[in-house]
Design a protein around this ligand. Structure first.
Ligand code: AP5
Length: 229
């Protein structure tokens, strides 16, 4: 029996650790990590039309409009490397995006397998965002206290320059958290009702969380494998 496609949606507030965990899981699972934020930042860096539009929202900590995001991510999901599944980080972020994703997968007879929800308190989120540094070249994520690079200014993996995201400045980070609680947190109930949500304590060590996610994914994989075709 061939493996069924595996679509996982990582959900959690800004700074909860979605990107950190997705990077650890990507290679092990053999499915691409699709970060909506990384895709937008790449468009901003290239100065494309999408990048200019996205920047006007991102700089204020607001969400990029649904129609733009839905088109961007569904196009990415239709690519060959996503046919066996994907690890979604940052999308969906509104009920409209969640419905669009469900519909697009359903058209191909596919479904989401699992929605791990990384739970982290507000104080910790602010602390994580203010201490985050990112590699300009490979997007690896560090924290100056919790996950420091060997050299303050350079990436351990590729030697690229480390920088702090504009939207991690305190006022913008606070606004992103407000936007998350108003517009994205309702998805927690949406996925709980669908029976897909698994709460994960996101305040533990990175490796401990990683091991719990691996075991949740293994269980989801087994139960999908046992589903009737
Ligand atoms: P996006 O890039 O998606 O940002 P986000 O959701 O705000 O999430 P973050 O990247 O801030 O956090 P994370 O959970 O990945 O945490 P990380 O692993 O880095 O979105 C940016 C913007 O783009 C949005 O504001 C919006 O404008 C736009 N956008 C994107 N998607 C959109 C969509 N679908 N619709 C509309 N607009 C959209 O970890 C954080 C820090 O903590 C790091 O320093 C890390 O080293 C550290 N850390 C991680 N885990 C731990 C741990 N267990 N213990 C201690 N430290 C830890």
């Amino acid at each position: 029996m061939g493996e069924r496609p595996l679509y996982i949606v990582l959900i959690g507030a800004p700074g909860a650790g979605k990107g950190t965990q997705a990077a650890l899981l990507e290679e092990e699972l053999g499915i691409p990590h699709i970060s909506s934020g990384d895709m937008l930042r790449e468009a901003v860096a290239k100065g494309t039309e999408l990048g200019r539009l996205a920047k006007s929202y991102m700089d204020k900590g607001e969400l990029v409009p649904d129609e733009v995001m839905i088109k961007l991510i569904l196009e990415r999901l239709s690519m060959a490397d996503c046919q066996k599944g994907a690890l979604l980080d940052g999308f969906p972020r509104t009920p409209e995006q969640a419905k669009a994703l469900d519909e697009a997968l359903a058209k191909e007879g596919k479904t989401i397998a699992l929605v791990p929800y990384l739970k982290v308190s507000l104080d910790k989120l602010l602390e994580r965002l203010s201490g985050r540094w990112i590699c300009r070249n490979c997007q690896a994520v560090y924290h100056m206290v919790y996950n420091p690079p060997k050299d303050d200014k350079r990436c351990d993996i590729c030697g690229g320059e480390l920088y702090q995201r504009e939207d991690d400045r305190p006022e913008t980070a606070r606004r992103r958290l407000e936007v998350y609680f108003a517009q994205t947190a309702p998805l927690i109930e949406y996925y709980r009702k669908a029976g897909l949500l698994r709460e994960v304590d996101g305040e533990r060590a990175i490796e401990e969380i990683h091991q719990e996610l691996r075991s949740l994914i293994e269980k989801a994989r087994e139960s999908k494998q046992n589903d009737c075709p």
